[in-house]
Design a protein around this ligand. Structure first.
Ligand code: ADP
Ligand code: PAZ
Length: 305
């Protein structure tokens, strides 16, 4: 991949930086990470994420200093404003795993800092609204999100407001869950994960990324992502889809091959299309690109110059 404007690190070079990083992982921390997803390679955590978190720490220190200097100069009362990290990439590339891993690492290593996480799924229009707008088959595309609400949320968080409610999306029910919310309450660091976070919607004057202090794009070849999409589908087919409340319950009732054929069609007609048209074009807006190969192994890291 030709990534102009970025420093490019092969994994071997990047991992050397972790030698300088004095962030030893305790057994408890490792167990916590394994509990998150038992297929996560602890090698990746040590070699890739430790230098990443160290770099992030430097950026955070810079952010804190600038905020303090700004407030001192302007002589305005101190109001806590969070450092916001955006994480983007295709459906099924591993964004939420990366986001949760970062949250665990940041919470462990910087225990005096409060790190919270949201996913932009919560800002999808509910199915009833998508249906009204004839967008049910466009779930995940830019027009299926309530971007105004997402931007309002981000400006409230940045403004230091506490106790902000974020709607919850259920992958099980395949819809926004009425009356269920996550509460974001003046974190020091907020991670915002979603396929749309680096997009520039045509009809908004402010973009989601205007609120980011740091952003990451998780990248891999589309053929591999399809494989991960189908693997995740297979796991869900054996577990969650057996629940009659699952949107995909009908898939668990049909022959396995037929269910996989349908999943392949969803990938090709919806998620791959979305990746090619709307997600991949935002890759070079990120501060860091994490590139993955087979088995989710991180082989290269790009850092904006
Ligand atoms: N580092 C990793 N190691 C092993 N499996 C992973 C890793 N990251 C993601 N996965 C798996 O890949 C699939 C997609 O990951 P997920 O985080 O759900 O993606 P996204 O949030 O981008 O849709 C899941 O089955 C997840 O368990
Ligand atoms: C809700 C989503 C748009 C969000 O994707 P995510 O951020 O979880 O990767 C996606 O999971 C989705 O439902 N896409 C529509 C097509 C499909 O069922 O995969």
């Amino acid at each position: 991949m030709e990534a102009q404007g970025y420093f490019e690190f092969e994994r071997e070079e990047w991992q050397k930086l972790s030698k300088k990083a004095e962030l030893p992982l305790t057994k408890t921390q490792l167990a916590g990470i394994k509990a998150l997803n038992d297929r996560i390679s602890l090698g990746d955590v040590q070699d890739v994420y430790v230098p990443l978190v160290r770099l992030l720490q430097k950026k955070y220190a810079d952010f804190e200093k600038w905020n303090q200097d700004k407030l001192d100069f302007l002589q305005v009362p101190v109001k806590k404003t969070p450092f916001i990290i955006g994480i983007s990439g295709s459906v099924a590339v591993g964004k939420s795993t990366t986001a949760r891993l970062l949250q665990v690492l940041l919470s462990n290593w910087f225990s005096d800092l409060k790190t919270q996480l949201i996913t932009t799924d919560g800002f999808l229009f509910p199915n009833a609204e998508l249906e009204k707008r004839n967008l049910l088959s466009r779930k995940g595309f830019p027009e299926s999100y309530n971007m105004k609400a997402l931007i309002k949320f981000l400006s409230e968080v940045k403004g230091g407001q506490g106790q902000i409610k974020v709607p919850q999306y259920s992958h099980q029910v395949y819809d926004i869950v009425a009356d269920q919310f996550d509460v974001i309450d003046q974190p020091d660091i907020l991670i915002v994960e979603g396929i749309n976070v680096l997009q520039l919607p045509a009809n908004e004057s402010i973009y989601v990324s205007d609120f980011f202090d740091w952003s990451i794009y998780v990248d891999a070849d589309a053929e591999l992502i399809e494989k991960w999409f189908l693997e995740r589908f297979g796991v869900l087919l054996d577990t969650a889809f057996h629940d009659p409340t699952s949107y995909y319950y009908k898939y668990a009732q049909m022959p396995r091959e037929e269910a996989f054929q349908l999943a392949h069609t969803i990938w090709r007609d919806v998620d791959l299309k979305n990746l090619e048209e709307f997600i991949l074009p935002t890759r070079f807006r990120a501060d860091v690109i994490l590139h993955k190969v087979q088995h989710h192994v991180m082989d290269r890291v790009y850092v904006r110059r």
